[in-house]
Design a protein around this ligand. Structure first.
Ligand code: NIG
Ligand code: FE
Length: 381
C-alpha cells in the first residue's frame, strides 16, 4: 500500500456531490484511488506529499470524443474556411488517403505525440475513433494501434462513403456491417456513425449500429452537426450512451434527450474551427439534458488538444457557466463513456488528478490560451 497526500489546496473540486468544492483542502490517494478528502488541517499523514501551493485541484478531464489517429493535415481546408468556404464532410477523404498510406510506426509516433499533448492539457482519459481508414485492413489497424493507448476505442467505419464506393452506397454499408466490423470488433469497445448531411442517413445509421451492438459493441453517434437528419431521435430510440455535436437541436429534441439517459456531447472546438454558429448550451441545461464537452480532436474540423481551451469557448460562446463547463469536461465525459470510476474525486474514484496554477477553476475560462495545468496525476499509470 502506498499513499500520497496533496496538501495546501486553495480550492478542491471533487464533483461529489455537485461541484463538491472545498477550500484550504487536502486530498489523499492510496494505490491509485482517492481515499480521503477534507480540510488540510485535519488531514491524516501519508507516505508521500505533494504541495499544491494554494492552487486549485480538479478531476482529470475525460475527453469522450476524439479522432486522434490519422496521418497528414488539412491546413488547406482550414485556410479556405477562413477565406469564406463552408465546412463539409468531403474533406475527410483527404485524411483517409494520407492515413491509408501511413505505416504503423508513423501512425503510432504521431498518436504518441497527440496523447502527450492531451495529458499536458489535463486529459487523463480519452476516447479514440477510427474512421480515416474506411477499408477493412486500415480500420482494424487504426483500432489496434489506438488500443495501445486507451481502452475507449470506437469503430467509425461509417464516417463517410469512401471514393471507391461512390457509386455503391449499399456495397459500402454491407462491408461496414460485415467484414469490416468483424475485423474491427476485437479492438473496439464502441461503434459510432456519422449521421448527417453528406454522410449517413438515420436508417443507414440504425442498420450499422444494430449490427455493431449485435457484435457486442456499445453505440454512440455523431448527430445534428451540419443539419437535422434525425440523429438525436435515433440515439434516444436506441438508448445510446451519447449523441455528439447536437449543433442543430430543437426544443422537442432536447425534451427527448432529457427524458432519456443519452448524454448530449457538445464539441465547441468544431464550431470554433469551422466558424459555424454555436449551439446555446443554456437551452440544454434548462431542459435538464445531461451534457458533456469534448475536444473532437481531428485534423479537419477541430485540431485542438486542449480541454481548457474548449472550456473557455464553451463559457464565452456557448453560455455554459464555468461550473457547467468544468463538470461537462469531467463528469459529463465520464457519463458519455458509461464510466463511474472517473470524472470525479469521490472516495474510491481513480486518482486522475490535475493541479492548476490558478486559485480557482474559473481561471480555465478566464485565461484562455495560458497553460494553467501544472501537474497531472493518472491513477492507473
Ligand atoms: O466530428 N463530424 C464528423 N467527423 C469529424 C470531422 C472529421 C473531419 O473533418 O476530418 C467531426 O467533426
Ligand atoms: Fe467527431
Amino acid at each position: 500500500m502506498s499513499s500520497t497526500l496533496i496538501t495546501n489546496i486553495g480550492q478542491l473540486v471533487t464533483n461529489d456531490p455537485d461541484l463538491g468544492t472545498l477550500t484550504n483542502a487536502a486530498l489523499i490517494y492510496t494505490d491509485g484511488k482517492i481515499s480521503w478528502a477534507g480540510a488540510k488541517s485535519s488531514a491524516p499523514s501519508a507516505d508521500e506529499r505533494i504541495d499544491a501551493d494554494g492552487g486549485s485541484v480538479i478531476p482529470g478531464f475525460v475527453d469522450s470524443h476524439t479522432h486522434a489517429i490519422f496521418a497528414g493535415d488539412r491546413l488547406n481546408d482550414f485556410l479556405a474556411r477562413m477565406n469564406g468556404t463552408k465546412y463539409a464532410s468531403g474533406g475527410i477523404k483527404t485524411t483517409v488517403e494520407a492515413t491509408r498510406a501511413a505505416s504503423d510506426e508513423s501512425l503510432r509516433n504521431h498518436l504518441e505525440n497527440v496523447v502527450t499533448e492531451f495529458i499536458e492539457h489535463g486529459i487523463t482519459t480519452f476516447e479514440i475513433k477510427s474512421g480515416y481508414g474506411l477499408d477493412v485492413e486500415t480500420e482494424s489497424r487504426l483500432l489496434r494501434l489506438a488500443k495501445e493507448f486507451t481502452e475507449e476505442t470506437t469503430f467509425l467505419g461509417a464516417h463517410v462513403i469512401p471514393s471507391e464506393f461512390a457509386n455503391d452506397r449499399r456495397g459500402y454499408i454491407d462491408l461496414v456491417k460485415g467484414s469490416m466490423l468483424e475485423a474491427a470488433a476485437p479492438f473496439a469497445k464502441w461503434i459510432d456513425v456519422f449521421c448527417d448531411n453528406g454522410a449517413f442517413t438515420r436508417d443507414e445509421a440504425k442498420e450499422i449500429l444494430t449490427a455493431g451492438v449485435a457484435k457486442g459493441l456499445r453505440g454512440r453517434l455523431h448527430g445534428n452537426q451540419l443539419g437535422d437528419t434525425g440523429g438525436i431521435e435515433l440515439a434516444v430510440e436506441m438508448k445510446l450512451a451519447s449523441v455528439d455535436h447536437c449543433t442543430y437541436a430543437t426544443d422537442s429534441q432536447l425534451d427527448l434527450l432529457a427524458a432519456s439517459g443519452t448524454v448530449a456531447t457538445l464539441l465547441p472546438g468544431a464550431e470554433f474551427s469551422t466558424r459555424s454558429p454555436y449551439p446555446d448550451a443554456s437551452r440544454f441545461f434548462e431542459k435538464g439534458v445531461k451534457v458533456a464537452i469534448a475536444t473532437d480532436f481531428n485534423p479537419g474540423s477541430s485540431y485542438i488538444a486542449s480541454m481548457p481551451f474548449v472550456i473557455s469557448i464553451a463559457v464565452r460562446d456557448m453560455y455554459f457557466t464555468p461550473e457547467q463547463a468544468l463538470r461537462a469536461a469531467t463528469l459529463g465525459g465520464a457519463q458519455a463513456l458509461g464510466r463511474s470510476d472517473i470524472g470525479h474525486l469521490g472516495i474510491g474514484a481513480r486518482a486522475d488528478i490535475v493541479l492548476l496554477e490558478a486559485p480557482s477553476f474559473e481561471y480555465l475560462a478566464y485565461r484562455p490560451g495560458s497553460q494553467l495545468v501544472k501537474q497531472v496525476l493518472v491513477g492507473n499509470l
